[in-house]
Design a protein around this ligand. Structure first.
Ligand SMILES: Cc1cc2nc3c(=O)[nH]c(=O)nc-3n(C[C@H](O)[C@H](O)[C@H](O)COP(=O)(O)O)c2cc1C
Ligand code: SF4
Length: 542
């Protein structure tokens, strides 16, 4: 081997691996060996610029130099061009932190994504890791809870409930056993921020859960992870073992005498198991079915004990609040939406990926500024925000700020921050049908408006869609069926036990309201790339 060892980052997360990062890493190793060069390959997480994956970074004297997308077949020529010294090449991107997609972001929760080696606790510490826990250990539990309350942090799983109030409730319960249950089910279409955090910065979730445990007096934590996330399962297993070995988990956390440990449980991938009470049922080993509330999980949760249920992004935001203070965090955002939100851009969009910004960025800035418009090059007609239960917004609403209250005022929701883009070929009557079909397939079956209503809704949409073409030259009027559909939405909204049945009316009604023409005329331009349910898959890359 000649010369000093060179460190090369090749993402090893699901998004990069789905487009060949493993083969790229193997080719790099082989080509470097052929040339007698000593190379250390670090499998980092993706930085969230998915169209540039596999995005390879070489550590040079001048800093990290990025190249992308690097396929295995590109590697030999890149090495010939002096890539290991940061040499010129058509795929050279320079310092990726200065790329416009990243440079204008405000990465707090995702600040270490793509930067650190997710397998290395030392690297986590070098990049500010465990500063939040250190601060928390110097505080009384009630003070930690107050700091979270003061920061304005609200749950990022979808319901946007104030995290501090939830923690306070669990803190105030007198119980011998309390739990922290991390909701890592991430079932929403077009979302991947939980996955990226667990794969690219797993210690931040462990730290966030540990702080939560100390604040409320819990000694055991569970991460409820969907089985479709094997990369995250591996990254978490590695990180948990390292944290345990170094005393960040176990019977005496950092010498404080406090006890806390975390176990990962794999769920089979039912959408309803993301709903917190179904998740608790599943964690207890039963079929995922919604529990009637009250009692709230904070009072009677896992195994009947007080339980904090929080989303991955919520928990990964906690260390920042403790390390930098409530005021620092609260300074970001607008109105009652404080801090930053990792927005996930997917579907028919040119530049899909992760955009973390303070609340208040507009849909237009996200879709055109970051996303570059549709991947097909055709006009963007609609976006669906907040997963399969989120409303469709038309172009005329694209100046809406991405924050909880502004979206609620438009009968829309931000949910987990997924934004799926559709071009002008999308058939919105079919998208409304898809929402109801999704509800019918994923319903836990416990209440009638959802179990029966969703199936009746699919039948109504089938009739409306069939009626569109069946005219003698005039547009068909679906009148009575549309009125019935609206009434059905009322019943589901008001009568369902949980958000699955209760919120399915959002996509259906928004499609009816903003795209009513699609319910009376057949779309002639439907075709690939229109942003069909297939295009709205969970990750743009995979
Ligand atoms: C049908 C349905 C599915 C849900 N799926 C998820 C999910 O995948 N992940 C998640 O964190 N929250 C999900 N939620 C929200 C949870 O019920 C709960 O509000 C959340 O986990 C609480 O954590 P947070 O306060 O940190 O957001 C879902 C809710 C509903 C009604
Ligand atoms: S709304 Fe649907 S998913 Fe929710 S409890 Fe009722 S049947 Fe189950």
């Amino acid at each position: 081997m000649s010369g000093a060892q060179i460190t090369v980052f090749v993402p090893g997360d699901a998004s990069a691996c789905s487009v060949g990062a493993d083969a790229t890493a193997r080719a790099l190793e082989a080509e470097a060996a052929k040339r007698g060069r000593s190379v250390r390959i670090v499998r980092n997480g993706s930085r969230g610029l998915f169209w540039l994956e596999p995005l390879v970074e070489v550590v040079t004297r001048a800093g990290r130099v990025a190249y992308g997308p690097v396929k295995s077949g590109d590697v030999a020529k890149l090495l010939d061009s002096g890539m290991l010294e940061g040499g010129a090449h058509a795929l050279r991107l320079g310092d990726i932190a200065t790329h416009p997609f990243l440079a204008s972001q405000q990465r707090l929760t995702g600040e270490r994504l793509g930067v650190v080696d997710p397998a290395s606790l030392d690297d986590y510490l070098v990049h500010g890791g465990y500063a939040g826990l250190t601060a928390a250990l110097a505080m009384q539990p009630a003070e930690i809870v107050r700091t979270i309350t003061d920061s304005g942090l609200r749950g990022r799983g979808g319901a946007a409930f104030p995290t501090g109030i939830k923690w306070q409730t669990v803190h105030d319960q007198a119980a011998a056993q309390k739990y922290i249950a991390c909701n890592a089910d991430e079932g929403d279409s077009g979302t991947f921020s939980d996955r990226m955090l667990m794969e690219g910065d797993p210690f931040s979730l462990i730290e966030g859960m540990t702080i939560a445990a100390i604040a409320v007096g819990a000694t055991q934590g569970y991460i409820y992870l969907r089985v479709e996330y094997p990369h995250a399962a591996r990254a978490l297993a590695r990180a948990l073992a390292a944290a345990r070995a170094r005393g960040y988990l176990g019977n005496d956390i950092c010498g404080s005498g406090k006890r806390f440990d975390i176990a990962v449980r794999l769920g089979a991938g039912a959408y309803i198991c993301g709903e917190e009470t179904s998740m608790l049922e599943s964690l207890e080993g039963r079929r995922g079915e919604v529990r009637v509330r009250p009692p709230l999980p904070a009072i009677k949760g896992l195994f009947g004990q007080p339980t904090v249920v929080n989303n991955v992004v919520t928990l990964c935001s906690v260390p920042i609040v403790l390390a930098r203070g409530a005021e620092f965090y609260k300074d970001f955002g607008v109105g009652r939406s404080r801090g930053t939100i990792p927005l996930q851009l997917a579907g028919n969009v040119k530049h899909g990926g992760l955009v973390e910004r303070a609340f208040g960025l507009t849909v237009r800035e996200l879709v055109y500024g970051y996303g570059g418009g549709s991947a097909s090059g055709r006009p963007v007609r609609a976006v669906q925000i907040g997963g399969p239960l989120g409303a469709y917004l038309p172009e005329s609403d694209f100046d809406t700020p991405l924050e909880y209250e502004a979206l609620a005022a438009r009968q829309a929701l931000l949910g987990h921050g997924g934004v799926v883009v559709f071009d002008d070929r999308v058939d919105m009557a079919r998208m409304a049908r898809y929402a109801l079909e999704f509800c019918a397939v994923e319903s836990c079956g416990k209440c009638t408006p959802c179990r029966i209503g969703s199936t009746r809704g699919v039948e109504l949409l089938d009739r409306i869609i069939a009626a569109r073409g069946a005219t003698n030259g005039h547009a068909a009027s679906p009148g009575a069926d549309v009125a019935l559909l609206d009434e059905l939405c009322d019943t589901m909204f008001n009568g369902s036990l949980c958000g699955l049945g209760g919120m399915t009316p959002f996509p259906v009604r928004s499609a009816l309201k903003h795209f009513s023409e699609d319910f009376v005329r057949t779309k002639l331009t439907d075709g690939p790339g229109s942003g069909s349910p297939r295009a709205a898959s969970r990750t743009p890359a995979g």
